[in-house]
Design a protein around this ligand. Structure first.
Ligand code: SF4
Length: 417
């Protein structure tokens, strides 16, 4: 089978992941262009732009039997594979042709976790060493991979991730009977956490922000609190939402624990869609609104100072679908409002619907200069008055929802890096 044909199958089979001889590779690129397969290239959001990523599998063979997965061992599908060198050559040819600037590489599990991880790692190593590729590489870590294999992945990747798929052992067993939450997935995330920690400290040491002191570290706390996002290895995970009957509370409790204890950089949520030929082909789809509410709640945990128990779950542990969780929380807590924007603390401002972390920073800076006089000033600083007005006062008076210029809709940008 030609390289382009194999790649098109593997790109298709990688679609359920969230994110993203020269002559053979060159011919494959021509075919990719001819078949307009470049439209399958995944454009991942990054700060300030997007990266065209080749998001693919090394092989769609797998020994596991996940109930939702179209390439599980029990599924009847055409199996294709690339060797690490084939994949590296093809990627470089696509990169040189201007089709892609980054790679998101995953794989079905062949034989065992470490054998598969070695193939993934070898591909990235070839790209970095033989082909001198310096761009973005995201490598999937196989559940149960050894610390050595994870460490090797971290040498070549900008991001590594392992998919949890479900929030706990009981839920995981329903959809992925061959995987073990406690003995496989959590230890893999913990190994990733240790490596991410180590890389951070090394980066901070190189930057002069921490210094070795005996067996410990001397840290400049002032500098650390104002640090931008560190430009080093990060880790992510993904949940299939709605496949295992789990609640939003279960998912967000697990996510919050991983942020605290496992240096998790981001969690991704993917609403379950049944796929023909899988054991869950007749199960109902999950609403994408639920997926969106989970992302919004995740932002509240990471950037707004919310704790999981504060989130507005119903009696079944689900977030409301008809409004975003920050607005739902504000409506449930009238005792906190209205908030006077010229004197409120940062934490209070962050609780107001229509005011995000960046806007809070601008408000605090403008307040020092006495530059907040009117609703138009609030709008200019980024406050979305249509949402915020019922919850704030300005110099002791209610604020009009109307401003003289059109307001943008509130949007949340997902970041890759
Ligand atoms: S481990 Fe499960 S989800 Fe991953 S490729 Fe294999 S069957 Fe699919």
């Amino acid at each position: 089978m030609e390289a382009a044909e194999k790649l098109s199958i593997l790109i298709r089979d990688a679609a359920f992941e969230c994110e993203g001889g020269r002559s053979v590779a060159a011919r494959a690129v021509q075919e990719l262009k001819a078949q307009r397969l470049q439209e399958s290239i995944y454009h991942a959001k990054v700060r300030g732009g997007t990266i065209p990523l080749l998001k693919t599998l090394l092989t769609n063979a797998c020994i596991k039997n996940c109930a939702y997965c179209p390439i599980a061992a029990y599924c009847d599908h055409q199996v294709v594979s690339f060797k690490p060198d084939e994949m590296a050559r093809l990627f470089i040819a696509m990169h040189k042709a201007g089709l892609v600037n980054g790679l998101f590489l995953s794989s079905g599990v062949v034989r065992d976790a470490d054998t598969t991880q070695e193939l993934i790692n070898d591909t990235a190593k070839l790209l970095r060493t033989r082909y001198g590729f310096r761009g973005y590489i995201h490598l999937k870590v196989m559940p149960g991979a050894s610390p050595e294999a994870i460490k090797e992945a971290s040498r070549w990747a900008n991001r590594i991730s392992v998919n949890l798929e479900a929030p706990n052992e009981m839920r995981l067993k329903k959809i992925a009977p061959d995987k073990n939450f406690q003995t496989e997935l959590i230890p893999t995330l913990q190994h990733i956490a240790q490596i991410v920690d180590l890389k951070r400290v090394e980066w901070l040491e190189r930057s002069g922000l921490v210094k070795r002191y005996g067996k410990g570290w001397l840290v400049d706390l002032d500098d650390l609190t104002t640090l931008p996002r560190l430009p080093i290895l990060s880790s992510t995970t993904q949940f299939v939402v709605g496949a295992a009957g789990e609640s939003d509370r279960e998912i967000l409790q697990t996510v919050a624990r991983l942020y605290r204890q496992a240096q998790l950089g981001r969690a991704y949520f993917s609403a379950f869609r049944p796929i023909c030929g899988t054991r869950m082909e007749n199960a109902p789809s999950e609403s994408t609104v639920r997926e969106r509410r989970l992302y919004q709640a995740d932002f509240l945990l990471r950037q707004y100072g919310f704790e999981v128990p504060e989130l507005p779950f119903d009696a079944n542990g689900q977030l409301p679908l008809d409004k975003d969780p920050k607005l739902a929380w504000a409506l449930q807590h009238p005792e906190h409002f209205p908030i006077e924007v010229t004197t409120a603390e940062r934490e209070e401002l962050l609780r107001v619907p229509g005011i995000g972390p960046e806007t809070v920073g601008k408000l605090l800076a403008a307040r020092k200069k006495g530059a907040i006089l009117t609703a138009n000033d609030l709008h200019r600083l980024g406050v979305i008055l249509k949402r915020a007005a019922p919850f704030i006062t300005l110099h002791g008076k209610p604020v009009s929802k109307e401003v003289s210029v059109k307001e943008p809709e509130a949007t949340e940008q997902l970041r890759l890096l």
